[in-house]
Design a protein. Structure first.
Length: 255
């Protein structure tokens, strides 16, 4: 289908409709479009249609909710919060020892977040959520380096205020459960610097197992020193078999 100019135009029109549904947060409309793809895009093979439906699976965009916590895919409406937290070196250090995004000008950041929001994670291999507590943005939680062939991703959590432990644990469990049960992942891993013992303890409390140390894994561009990392992993089977994490899940899901 994609080789024919008319068919390419139909596909672009279809993608435009999908983008509008996502921007309008019209999840029922998005589902309708995906159901109608077989009729609207007859020139696509069954494999191409399935890939298109996987790309725009509403589970990547729909908000996740639990007690006093909501997770919303990061978008241009979160530009002020993103700029504020990523301007703080301590937050970047906590959020990811390897990822240091350039925030820059607010208007440019909004454009980048708009593009990020509309790009399917199957293409970008990243998905970021802003955590809201009582409608206030309090943290960012992400799945990065998505590897769909091996059904795994890096799990990142960052909260600028240390008094947000309830929101941090709750949102982490919600996204872990979502990743395993709605997004088709089977393993999550987390990298933590050796000097960040608090984050390491928090990671292990979620059920992650310390898989070892990556010695001298990162180079500090300013100091020239190399830093080692804990590598932690969590399998879907381990998460589901853990009575502790399942009890915690029930606690955060209950009203």
């Amino acid at each position: 289908m994609t080789g024919d100019p008319l068919n390419r135009e139909l596909l672009e029109l279809f993608r435009h409709k999908i983008d509008q549904a996502i921007l309008n947060k019209d999840w029922d409309g998005l589902r309708f479009l995906l159901r109608s793809a077989n009729d609207d895009l007859e020139g696509l093979s069954s494999q191409q249609l399935e890939y298109l439906k996987d790309q725009y699976n509403p589970a990547w965009w729909e908000p996740l909710e639990a007690r006093n916590i909501e997770l919303h895919r990061r978008g241009p409406e979160h530009a002020e919060f993103v700029q504020n937290v990523f301007s703080a070196p301590m937050f970047v250090h906590q959020f990811s020892p390897s990822l240091q995004p350039l925030v820059g000008d607010r208007s440019h950041l909004k454009q980048r977040l708009h593009h990020e929001y509309l790009t399917p994670p199957l293409l970008s291999c990243n998905a970021h959520w802003v955590v809201l507590s009582q409608a206030e943005p309090v943290g960012i939680i992400s799945l990065c380096g998505l590897d769909f062939a091996h059904k795994k991703a890096e799990f990142l959590v960052g909260f600028p205020r240390r008094d947000r432990s309830f929101s941090s644990v709750g949102s982490s469990l919600i996204l872990i459960d979502h990743a395993f049960n709605r997004l088709g992942l089977e393993k999550l891993f987390s990298l933590v610097r050796l000097d960040n013992e608090l984050s390491q303890k928090s990671t292990e409390s979620l059920g992650f197992r310390n898989e070892g140390i990556l010695y001298g894994e990162l180079l500090d561009q300013k100091s020239g020193q190399r830093h080692s990392l804990y590598r932690n992993g969590l399998l879907r089977s381990e998460f589901e078999a853990s009575s502790r994490t399942q009890k915690l899940m029930e606690r955060y899901k209950s009203n």
